[in-house]
Design a protein around this ligand. Structure first.
Ligand SMILES: Nc1ncnc2c1ncn2[C@@H]1O[C@H](COP(=O)(O)OP(=O)(O)OP(=O)(O)O)[C@@H](O)[C@H]1O
Ligand SMILES: [Mg+2]
Length: 301
């Protein structure tokens, strides 16, 4: 993450086309804005286009504009988003969703800084900084022939990859606390923080929706909480739920029970940071019994 921030700062000063990759919710749009805001273009427009949201013909009209009479209903000339972004930045989100024909047109803009409006002849020159993003593995779709290699190279002048939240667990506490402060303030609530169990649960969870999901989870917890600390039970169920779907059918009941028990105890232990007294309390069993179970089930605590 620190590297991604440093890279943003470095590339902001240049006009280099920048490709931001990362899973959903890792902050691609936030970083694109950061690049724009740190750049000499910061007082010029930043235009955001979701390339995956529109069918090709509509996307083309949106991006490049059209001349009067270009198609039925084109009563007037309309400027496109590239022209709107002139001297500023255009953020092409979900670039991996664009059709082959659109990729050719984008390549021309990147190579020549020029395009023609739909139904037009005139070449229009613009000065736009392009930042593109995708949560697809572009390497893979280039390999499969679904994405043009030449466009990929043009986009990939600078590449910033945002790590998934599960690969930067050390940041979870800080992020959660800063969301808590901000959202609590917005909702006019006062909080002292999270209980250690709640924080541990956040650190153990796999976060398929990354930072966006964490932000939403904290907001929900604030709304659900009636104390001055966010507790385990305030967190959304999917975060505290134990995943048992890895128990295969076709095994004996005893086997399945043992598997569940082991998993459950392991996760409870990590929740309590390995503290057996606390874990026993949560499980509502004696500490000595917990120690016996740990030994019997071969749990590496
Ligand atoms: N480093 C960060 N610190 C604080 N908040 C962040 C950070 N990164 C992302 N966020 C927040 O997480 C949410 C998701 O970020 P963003 O929309 O930029 O993700 P994305 O990668 O574009 O997701 P998607 O692929 O789903 O479009 C936003 O509310 C954003 O403000
Ligand atoms: Mg996004």
């Amino acid at each position: 993450m620190k590297k991604a921030l440093d890279d943003c700062q470095k590339v902001a000063g240049s006009k280099a086309t920048t490709l931001i990759t990362g899973e959903s919710g890792t902050g691609k749009e936030l970083f694109a804005r950061l690049i724009h805001d740190l750049s000499p273009r910061k007082d010029k427009p930043m235009v955001v286009v979701n390339c995956g949201a529109l069918p090709e013909t509509l996307l083309e009209r949106e991006l490049f504009g059209h001349e009067k009479g270009a198609f039925t209903g084109a009563d007037d000339q309309k400027l496109g988003l590239f022209e709107a972004a002139d001297s500023g930045t255009i953020f092409l989100d979900e670039i991996g969703e664009t059709s082959q024909a659109m990729q050719v047109k984008l390549l021309r803009v990147l190579q020549e800084g020029a395009f023609t409006r739909v139904g037009g002849q005139k070449t229009i020159n613009i000065d736009v900084r392009v930042v593109a993003a995708t949560n697809k593995d572009l390497d893979k779709i280039v390999h499969k022939g679904e994405f043009r290699k030449d466009l990929y190279y043009r986009l990939n002048v600078v590449h910033i990859n945002l790590p998934s939240l599960r690969d930067r667990r050390e940041d979870i506490t800080l992020l959660a606390e800063s969301f808590l402060r901000r959202i609590a303030r917005d909702l006019n609530r006062l909080f002292k923080g999270f209980t250690p169990e709640a924080i541990n649960a956040l650190k153990i969870y796999s976060w398929p929706g990354n930072i966006r999901q964490l932000e939403n989870a904290v907001e929900r917890a604030i709304i659900m909480s009636d104390s001055d600390r966010i507790r385990l039970e305030d967190l959304p169920p999917e975060i505290t739920e134990i995943k048992t779907n890895d128990i295969q059918i076709g095994r004996s009941l005893k086997d399945a029970q043992e598997h569940f028990k082991k998993n459950f105890i392991l996760q409870s232990l990590s929740l309590c940071g390995g503290n057996k007294t606390k874990t026993a309390k949560i499980l509502d069993i004696q500490r000595t019994y917990l120690s016996r179970l740990i030994k019997e089930l071969n749990i590496e605590a």
